[in-house]
Design a protein around this ligand. Structure first.
Ligand code: SAM
Length: 275
């Protein structure tokens, strides 16, 4: 493990942050002691959480690739996280080098470390913005520069909406972002759930985020389904779940037997088309 001693001056290393906890779960090196302690606490409660993180990342990549294969050439990745293996622009530009990606995250460390992804500003930009402030996010000059809102786009919101409280109306926010996009655009979204999970583990898992930079809001299947209101869920879905959300590992899995894991079952996932 390479110890990261410093982030940008305004980052508080003593306060765990979702991006860095996730980075630790994915065995990255951009995390502090507070993040590792938080992740280790979650692992002690939910031993399959590392598998959950990988299942989510796999869904993120398969869905982005699938959307690019439908001919979409521009992507907005909200809650993009710290750079990792198989970043969004690498996945979609493998399908078509002309694909453009705007990474958006509210964590200043993500903005700083994502600079390393910016070897081609005509195809990749990084924006620091909070998804709970759609006006400011959508007006950001880097986003407006790279995304043509008259053409379909892919909106990727994986493992981020569970950091938005009911009071901030995640349903209205997703609808607002999709409402800005042209017909034929796609939404890819995954979300942690506490459905059929041990209540004590869920309560303690949530508590780990009480003093973090963002809090955790698990949601039930109907609550996650409502995020897709007005959109058409599209195949490949998961095995036996046609027309419904599925667990993260199942979506478009090559081997549905292997994909169905305890970790995967912490996340509902889906891809939908804007009619
Ligand atoms: C668990 S990571 C997911 C990373 C990536 N989307 C993936 O699925 O692999 C969640 C990310 O969402 C970001 N995030 C949390 N709340 C946010 C908000 N209100 N606005 C923008 N980003 C946010 C965090 O900083 C973190 O980088």
């Amino acid at each position: 493990m390479i110890e990261v001693h410093q982030g940008p001056a305004w980052v508080d290393p003593a306060r765990p942050a979702p991006a860095r906890i996730y980075d630790y779960l994915l065995r990255g090196k951009h995390n502090f002691e507070s993040d590792r302690a938080a992740a280790e606490r979650i692992m002690s409660l939910v031993p399959e959480i590392r598998d959950c993180a990988w299942a989510n990342r796999g869904f993120h990549q398969r869905a982005a690739k699938w959307i690019a294969e439908r001919g979409i050439r521009q992507f907005i990745d909200i809650g993009s996280g710290l750079p990792t293996v198989g970043n969004t622009h690498e996945v979609v530009q493998f399908v078509n080098p002309a694909c453009r990606v705007v990474y958006v995250d509210n964590d200043p460390m993500v903005a700083e470390h994502s600079q390393e992804l910016l070897d081609d500003p005509d195809r990749t930009r990084v924006v620091q913005a909070d998804l709970r402030q759609p006006g400011a996010l959508l007006a950001h000059p880097d986003l407006r520069d790279l995304i043509d809102f008259s053409q379909p786009a892919g909106l990727l919101m994986t493992a981020v909406v569970h950091f938005v409280s009911d009071a901030s109306n995640p349903w209205g926010l997703v609808a607002r972002y999709m409402g800005e996009l042209a017909p034929g655009s796609y939404l890819s979204l995954s979300h942690l759930t506490d459905d059929q999970k041990p209540p004590r583990s869920v309560a303690e898992f949530r508590r780990v985020f009480d003093h973090a930079t963002a809090q955790m809001h698990f949601r039930s299947r109907p609550e996650v389904e409502r995020l897709f209101d007005g959109l058409e869920l599209v195949p490949p879905y998961g095995k036996g779940t046609a027309g419904w959300l599925c667990y993260a590992g199942d979506w478009g899995a090559d081997d549905p037997g292997l994909a169905d894991s305890d970790g995967s079952r912490w996340l509902y996932s889906g891809v939908a088309r804007l009619p």
